[in-house]
Design a protein around this ligand. Structure first.
Ligand SMILES: Cc1cc2nc3c(=O)[nH]c(=O)nc-3n(C[C@H](O)[C@H](O)[C@H](O)COP(=O)(O)OP(=O)(O)OC[C@H]3O[C@@H](n4cnc5c(N)ncnc54)[C@H](O)[C@@H]3O)c2cc1C
Length: 454
């Protein structure tokens, strides 16, 4: 696969620059010792990664936590799940024995619930936008901007979709009011295309309609559009940005069509600032990008569409779906192919930087260093590339990027633990996957290898 359009000598210069940038960023990572709680979580994650059965049991446990009515109930579930782990480590074996007694079950339940809550708070910044404001303000103070994601996925009824839309609208209003008084930060609020909104909310189309089905995409699109338009209007009034997240492949066409159609409507010609997501793990993502760029070049809208490039959070799901239906796999099955495609798409996006705003979302130091290096070597300014990370997973990278004066946006989920469970499980899966960059990094893989071309 062609990686970039650079010629051979440029290719060498690019690799050299990636190594320099990656090494410099790694040297700016805050040390683990300054984050003892984070280090503790990391040990729990390392334990889970090392043992597949334990990992599966823990994921299933995390999944049922919100449905448990009492601490006793929670401990019973913990014991049931751990029974399936053939050689439980000694502390767990002791916990399982204790869980046969009601008083002990309550104590274990309390400890487990506290553990899950603690873990969740690493990824979820607050229960409501108001309670998240302190964290968001501190990030801003440290040179980091944010996007708020209201947790709550896959709506199944119309009232649920109405409630989600109302929560998004309230969040826009509340955040915009508070963020207006924050001190100005040029790096975070201006690029070559102009002003960048302080208020940024990420929205899921599956939460805006219960009708998003691959067999009837029209219906879901129509229903979601009716809730998306008022949000865009409100964002426009407030000068805020709306970002549409991308979910699994079965809703991709509907989401693409919906976003491009609604943003083409006359009333949205001059705003609000808006964006969508491209998933590099999909084999057909290069064609999807061409479609976006064609639309963006033909569009008279301003500000330009922001494209957030990600690898994709539903990799296991897409593989299972395809194998169940006997379909060819829509995602790359070799990690290096996905990483190479990510770099090729980064280059293609940066080459089109006047038609779109580019946001590269990754915790992979190689992928991020490649984006920064390619942008510079192809004549771009640092301010025309946004780097994005997830709260809890990308904290160290976030601090390193901010310390180097680069624009970094942290994706901050807001909501209660129940709504956050699906999100939390995906993040845990990602963090303990053997092929994940973060896992490699935590295992102590040398920097040279981490920064090597995929
Ligand atoms: C700010 C932000 C917003 C995001 N929004 C979205 C969104 O809207 N939609 C969405 O789907 N995701 C989204 N993500 C999640 C993103 O897709 C994951 O963070 C990403 O998958 C992890 O990639 P990485 O580059 O950080 O890490 P890496 O460790 O380099 O990559 C891990 C990823 O590689 C892919 N992969 C793993 N194993 C294989 C394999 N064997 N073969 C091929 N590919 C493989 C998977 O996509 C996996 O998640 C977002 C991430 C960020 C930071």
């Amino acid at each position: 696969m062609a990686n970039t359009q650079l010629t051979t000598p440029d290719r060498e210069a690019l690799e050299r620059s990636i190594r320099e940038i990656g090494t410099d960023l790694a040297s700016a990572f805050p040390s683990g010792a300054r984050h003892p709680l984070r280090a503790l979580d990391q040990r729990a994650m390392d334990l889970a990664s090392a043992d597949q059965e334990l990992k599966t049991a823990l994921f299933r446990f995390v999944d049922v936590t919100p449905a448990c009515r009492s601490l006793d109930d929670l401990a019973r579930h913990l014991r049931e799940f751990l029974r399936e782990v053939p050689d439980a480590p000694p502390p767990l074996a002791a916990a399982m024995r204790m869980a046969d007694n009601k008083a002990a079950r309550t104590a274990i339940g309390a400890a487990a619930a506290a553990g899950v809550k603690h873990m969740a708070h690493r990824f979820i910044v607050g229960e409501t936008p108001a309670s998240a404001l302190g964290v968001l303000r501190d990030l801003w103070k440290d040179g980091v901007t944010s996007s708020v994601d209201l947790l709550g996925e896959a709506t199944v009824t119309q009232p649920e979709a109405d409630r989600y839309a109302a929560r998004c609208e309230d969040a826009l209003t509340e955040l915009a009011r508070a963020q207006r008084s924050w001190p100005s930060r040029d790096v975070l609020e201006r690029d070559s295309a102009g002003a960048i909104p302080r208020t940024n909310v990420s929205v899921k189309i599956s939460a805006l309609t219960p009708l998003l089905r691959p067999d009837a995409p029209e219906l879901g699109r129509h229903d979601a559009a009716a809730r998306l338009r008022p949000l865009l209007r409100r964002a426009n009034e407030l000068g805020a940005h709306i970002h549409i997240d991308m979910e699994s492949l079965d809703s991709r066409e509907a989401v693409f069509d919906l976003v491009l159609e609604v943003l083409s409507e006359d009333e949205f010609t001059t705003g609000p600032s808006a964006g969508m997501v491209l998933q590099a793990y999909l084999r057909d993502s290069p064609e999807q990008l061409e479609r976006i760029l064609e639309w963006a070049r033909a569009s008279v809208r301003s500000p330009p569409l922001t494209v957030r490039l990600v690898k994709g959070a539903y990799w296991d799901h897409e593989l299972v779906q395809a194998s169940q239906h006997g379909w060819p796999t829509p995602v790359f099955d070799v990690k290096a192919d996905c990483d190479r495609n990510f770099e090729a798409l980064t280059a293609r996006l940066l080459d089109a930087r006047t038609a779109v705003r580019v946001a590269v979302a990754s915790h992979n130091l190689r992928s991020v260093s490649h984006a920064i290096a390619y942008n510079r070597l192809s004549g771009g300014e640092d301010r025309d590339l946004e780097l994005q990370v997830l709260r809890g997973l990308g904290d160290q990278l976030q601090d390193a990027l901010a310390s180097r004066g680069l624009r970094v946006r942290t994706y901050c989920p807001v909501g209660d633990l129940v709504a956050g469970m699906a999100y939390l499980v995906r993040r845990l899966l990602e963090n303990t996957s053997n092929e994940s960059f973060l896992h490699e990094q935590a295992r102590g893989t040398p920097l040279d290898q981490l920064l090597a071309a995929p």
